[in-house]
Write a protein that binds this ligand. Structure first.
Ligand code: NAD
Ligand code: UDP
Length: 327
């Protein structure tokens, strides 16, 4: 048991990133309360933690108030894939805005430090490249991605206002595209889509001409950065970019996944979704300097681990393996 054992709330703890964060915090001996409404999260992501005495789960929607006693809050609850967050756009804005107000109010009442999982999407389709934290972004407030982008931008505003007005200890990280085991297999994100398509021998769907870029961070690296940020000195509220600055095109990603799976899939073109950013890559100087953090897992290594996860799921009986529905 760690000397500084804390009671930690993880909202969105049954999701992709949240479940890895719960693993880390439970492993460190903290008392972890996972709160999730299972919109995109899955019980199977946290099943292995259920018999741990320092892990507890509560089904709850954070757009409603929550009364618990904790020392730290990681606020991750929010669907992250474009397909999922556009499914119910009003609920997406609500979870970022009302959810943040509720979690900040909780932090204020109990004196907890609170970390917000913000996103590179707050930069929109960026005209500054790579993106530094002082770039204010280029977001279309009317487009189909706005429910997520503007919700997350408003959440950042709320965090800084609660810090200035109510002295709440805040931490804000801007997460860039992250991938790894427990990505939802039907959430439409590019890494899970391509791996599932390759393993099934299906066509790989390239949106647009595939020249748009992203920079992909392996989940273990991301969790290192998130936990380092929560533990950082009081004068580091952020925002801080957490991501892997190794930028590649979507076409290059497809070719790496084909090579690593040995798939014979063909590449097929599909229309580029509206407001799809043309380039995205983090400048992580601030994280390097203030958190002494940088990613360690190479793209090929991270993809190998993720492919192994999906291959294993596909080998399981249908009821336990790949699913096609949300929630
Ligand atoms: P995810 O969809 O796997 O997880 C989100 C979790 O939040 C799910 O378990 C879902 O059921 C839960 N949730 C949604 N609405 C809720 C509500 N109202 N009340 C309680 N729980 C709710 O997504 P993820 O990839 O794990 O993302 C986690 C967080 O990190 C999100 O806030 C996302 O915006 C942020 N983020 C992720 C990435 C990435 O590449 N994965 C990039 C940028 C930001
Ligand atoms: N993408 C693609 N084929 C797919 C899924 C996504 O070409 O089957 C593209 C998508 O248009 C975007 C990039 O991959 O340019 C990353 O998409 P994702 O949804 O993973 O994340 P985001 O757009 O939020 O960065």
């Amino acid at each position: 048991m760690p000397k500084n054992r804390k009671r930690i709330l993880v909202t969105g703890g049954a999701g992709f990133l949240g479940s890895h964060l719960c693993d880390r915090l439970v492993g460190q001996g903290h008392d972890v309360l996972c709160v999730d409404n299972y919109f995109t999260g899955r019980k199977e992501n946290i099943l292995h933690l259920m018999n741990r005495p320092n892990f507890e789960v509560m089904r709850h929607d954070i757009t409603f108030p929550l009364y618990v006693e904790v020392d730290e809050i990681y606020n991750l609850a929010c669907p992250a894939s474009p397909v999922h967050y556009q499914f119910d756009p009003v609920q997406t804005t609500k979870v970022s805005v009302l959810g943040s107000i509720n979690m900040l109010g909780l932090a204020k009442r109990v004196g907890a430090r609170i970390l917000q999982a913000s996103t590179s999407e707050i930069y929109g389709d960026p005209s500054v490249h790579p993106q530094t934290e002082d770039y204010c972004g280029n977001v279309n407030p009317l487009g189909p991605r706005a429910c997520y982008d503007e919700g997350k931008r408003c959440a950042e505003t709320l965090f800084f206002d609660y810090s200035r007005r109510h002295n709440v200890q805040i931490r804000v990280i801007r997460i860039f595209n992250t991938y790894g085991p427990r990505l939802h297999d039907s959430d439409g994100r590019v890494v899970s889509n391509f791996i599932v398509q390759a393993l099934r021998g299906e066509d790989i769907t390239i949106y647009g001409d595939g020249s748009q870029t992203r920079a992909f961070c392996y989940v273990d690296d991301l969790i290192d950065g998130m936990v380092a940020m929560m533990g950082a000195d009081e004068d580091v509220p952020g925002p801080i970019n957490i991501g892997n600055p190794h930028e590649i095109s979507v076409l290059t990603l497809a070719s790496r996944i084909i090579a690593l799976t040995g798939a014979r899939s063909r590449l097929v073109r599909k229309p580029l979704p509206q407001n799809d950013p043309t380039q995205r890559c983090p400048d992580i100087s601030r994280a390097r300097q203030l958190l002494n953090w940088e990613p360690r897992v190479s793209l090929d290594e991270g993809l190998r681990r993720t492919i192994a996860y999906f291959a294993d799921r596909m080998a399981q009986p249908a009821s336990a393996g790949i699913s096609d529905s949300v929630g």
